[in-house]
Ligand binder design. Structure first.
Ligand code: SAM
Ligand code: SF4
Length: 484
């Protein structure tokens, strides 16, 4: 939408999306005026903590800032700094408080500076109270459900001159068609749903991201078509539990059915998704994955623990045996699939026997890689009330043993495609050696090879000449320098 054509002389429109564009148009004029006064462009820096959901939310935030005329910069010496926060583990919160201290000093040097905080951490009452009391230099606080209101909030802040706090307990509507700025020209994240209904007992996400809400399939397809028309060849479908996509739609639709629709989009080469929950991973989805030409040969399937006893305490709704059966089924139907996972070490009450069950799953499944987390107590979650919290030394010892096992299996697995020719999505010039290009295989493993930067954003055929631990060196196959 072109902001120049919006009438800002009257009252704001009722329709939410039109209202937000109205505020963007007002702010654009304000930014122009301010830039003229200062004799330089106004700059903005967004800092993103946490997961892919937050990364995608930050693209929407950047989209709004660019639309109103800010110049995006990497450095926090900017006129507007916005922290998109995470609260999944406690150290994520601590990082934010630490960096806020630094921002205070920057704001003392730049009277034009504004600071906004958003994201999951801001959905916690105790956090907002602490910021209100101890970090009074913060200008705007908003949460996960009202990012679309950013322009309106900045406008309110400029009018009121005091800290603006706008946190919603749950989402009211999914606002489509906001501006958004992609980090990469050739790949993009696409939200298919928001929130989570699973309430794993250690996890704060359902409390800070609200209940599950699926986007309308038509809106998703329309977004993907627009992305491919703009040069995107790979998409990552995002949701906290993508398998429960579509349950709350007026006309229910399964995730597998959505994938089949997305597969039909012309120009789209690769489909990834994150995160499926093992309890809901259907035979229908495995079937669709096995037939698809576009779904990548990679599944991130968080196990969290290998002990059925702990899984029950975690409220995960599957046992060790069910998880292993599921993995066998997937491996049988989708040969050569690369599996990755999330594992938590030191959940309350985890004994050595429980931990050995986790090690057993790791050995049996043989993951390509895994994100391993030390359990972090999150206030408000049921696990935080569980009495037998595990000692730090015990956790550290288990964590190190787990990591060693994962790394040794991973080193054996990664080289399995050496000597073969594979399709690689070329992503960037190698940061260490500019003669090399860097890209990713369908299973997400990195490949470096000699090539030229016109290949960026294209899928090329590359012979994997040598495996170097966690990545390959390769050689471009002659004549493959165009999208296949
Ligand atoms: N919805 C996804 C799922 O169920 O796998 C992932 C959401 S969560 C942001 C990402 C990972 O963080 C989880 O898979 C879990 O391993 C980890 N995690 C969540 N809460 C945690 C906690 N309290 N302590 C340690 N790790 C945690
Ligand atoms: Fe958290 Fe469980 Fe929901 Fe994932 S599925 S976001 S781990 S509650």
């Amino acid at each position: 939408m072109n902001l120049e054509h919006i009438d800002i002389s009257g009252k704001p429109p009722i329709e939410e999306i039109e209202k937000q564009y109205y505020y963007m148009a007002i702010l654009k004029k304000w930014v122009e005026k301010k830039s003229k006064e200062l004799g330089r462009p106004l700059t903005c820096c967004t800092v993103t903590f946490g997961c892919q959901m937050n990364a995608r939310d930050s693209e929407k935030i950047v989209g709004i800032f660019e639309k109103i005329g800010y110049q995006m910069v990497e450095d926090e010496h900017a006129d507007f700094v916005i922290f998109n926060t995470c609260t999944v583990r406690e150290n994520a919160n601590l990082k934010v408080y630490g960096r806020l201290g630094y921002l205070k000093k920057l704001k003392e040097q730049n009277p034009h500076m504004m600071i906004a905080l958003c994201g999951c951490m801001m959905q916690e009452d105790a956090v907002v109270e602490k910021i209100r009391q101890s970090y009074r230099f913060v200008d705007i606080i908003f949460g996960t459900h009202n990012i679309f209101k950013l322009a309106e909030l900045i406008h309110t802040r400029l009018e009121s001159k005091s800290m603006i706090i706008d946190i919603w307990k749950d989402a009211v509507e999914i606002v489509e068609d906001l501006p958004s700025e992609r980090k990469y020209s050739f790949k993009a994240g696409v939200n298919i749903m928001f929130g989570c209904n699973n309430f794993c007992t250690y996890c704060i996400v359902p409390y800070v991201r609200g209940r599950e809400r699926s986007r309308n399939p038509k809106d998703i397809i329309r977004e993907i078509e627009a992305l491919t028309a703009d040069g995107v060849v790979e998409i990552m479908l995002l949701g906290q539990n993508v398998n429960s996509y579509g349950k709350n739609l007026e006309v229910p639709m399964t995730f597998a059915q959505l994938l089949e629709e997305i597969e039909k989009v012309d120009g789209l080469e690769r489909i990834r998704f994150m995160t499926p929950h093992p309890k809901d991973l259907s035979d229908e989805l495995i079937e669709v994955m096995s037939k698809s030409k576009k779904i990548c040969n990679h599944l991130h399937l968080p196990v969290q623990s290998g002990s059925s006893r702990i899984l029950k305490m975690m409220n995960r709704h599957y046992t060790k045996e069910q998880y292993l059966e599921l993995v066998d089924k997937i491996k049988e139907k989708v040969p050569n699939i690369s599996l990755t996972t999330d594992i938590i070490v030191g959940f309350p009450g985890e004994t050595e026997e429980d931990f050995l069950e986790t090690m057993d799953v790791v050995k049996k499944v043989r993951y390509d890689s895994a994100y391993t987390f030390i359990y972090s107590k999150r206030t408000g979650t049921p696990a935080a009330q569980m009495e037998e919290q595990v000692g730090e030394d015990v956790i550290k010892n288990r964590f190190d043993r787990l990591l060693k096992e994962i790394q040794s299996i991973s080193a054996e697995l990664v080289g399995r495609d050496a000597g073969t020719i594979q399709k690689v999505l070329v992503e960037e010039v190698n940061s260490q050696n500019h003669a090399l290009m860097t890209g990713r295989l369908s299973n997400n493993i990195l490949v470096h090879f000699e090539g030229n930067k016109d290949l960026i954003g294209r899928i090329a055929e590359v012979k994997l000449t040598e495996c170097k631990g966690f990545y390959y060196m390769g050689k471009l196959v002659e004549g493959s320098d165009s999208t296949i």
